[in-house]
Design a protein around this ligand. Structure first.
Ligand code: CA
Length: 239
């Protein structure tokens, strides 16, 4: 099983800076997207700290099982941001989402905190693997809001879990077997707020090169408004 990757990030058309961050290592089978929050530069610091710390610990695992190393890396990234925020009033309250795909052979794990997402295109069907930790999506899952109401809600930006805001964090972990032809997409909400699942499914299934796909996704999100920073990593599984 081999994996190919491309990634893109863009400030979008409305935000003054890009608080998203991403990292990957094909050699180590590690892919991470983070979407930071906090005033001034705090969001950028939180997301880049999370990517750096998670990448470092997941790639230096030294024989430790992949899933265990990945879960510990997310906890360590959480604590690194939390500790840094405690030391500076300017950074107080900063946090970040994290969505990560880690692979070993045909085994894949997806780790998630917050409302960045992982999708998989499998046998031409797009499935959203992660569940958003956001106030409105939790209400949708409970049947108290429709998806349309959630998309319009003034509370749609409120996330219920983040890295860095508490000393401990609970991470969702999804485990699956990958198959040749599978295409994974990790992305921040600046992409998924602008594009429908139908649009995403069409663009992923029609994609030829991963570089072109990532560029096209960013361009489409910008055309649709570009109200937030946009980041995506596309990972294709080949035999
Ligand atoms: Ca965002």
């Amino acid at each position: 099983m081999t994996y190919q990757v491309a990634a893109a990030t863009h400030r979008g058309r409305k935000r003054p800076s890009n608080e998203d961050a991403f990292g990957f290592s094909v050699e180590h089978g590690v892919y991470v997207v983070c979407d930071g929050m906090g005033g001034a530069a705090a969001g950028e610091i939180a997301s880049s700290l999370a990517v750096d710390e998670a990448m470092r610990l997941m790639t230096e695992r030294d024989g430790q099982p992949m899933r265990e190393a990945a879960e510990q890396a997310v906890c360590a990234a959480n604590l690194a941001i939390y500790t840094r925020a405690q030391r500076s009033s300017k950074l107080s309250g900063m946090g970040t989402t994290l969505v990560s795909l880690v692979v070993e052979g045909s085994q894949a794990w997806i780790l998630n905190v917050g409302d960045s997402r992982c999708y998989r295109l499998h046998e031409d069907k797009l499935e959203q693997i992660t569940l958003d930790h956001s106030l409105v999506e939790e209400q949708v899952r409970l049947g108290r809001l429709t998806s349309e109401e959630a998309a319009r809600s003034p509370l749609r930006n409120v996330i219920t879990r983040a890295l860095g805001t508490q000393p401990h964090v609970t991470t969702d972990v999804f485990e699956m077997e990958t198959a040749p032809g599978d295409l994974f997409l990790l992305c921040s909400d600046g992409l998924t707020r602008e594009l429908s699942d139908e649009q995403l499914a069409r663009m992923l299934s029609e994609s030829e090169s991963l570089d072109q796909l990532c560029e096209a996704l960013v361009a489409a999100a910008n055309e649709s408004g570009g109200r937030d920073n946009i980041t995506c990593i596309a990972v294709r599984v080949t035999a």
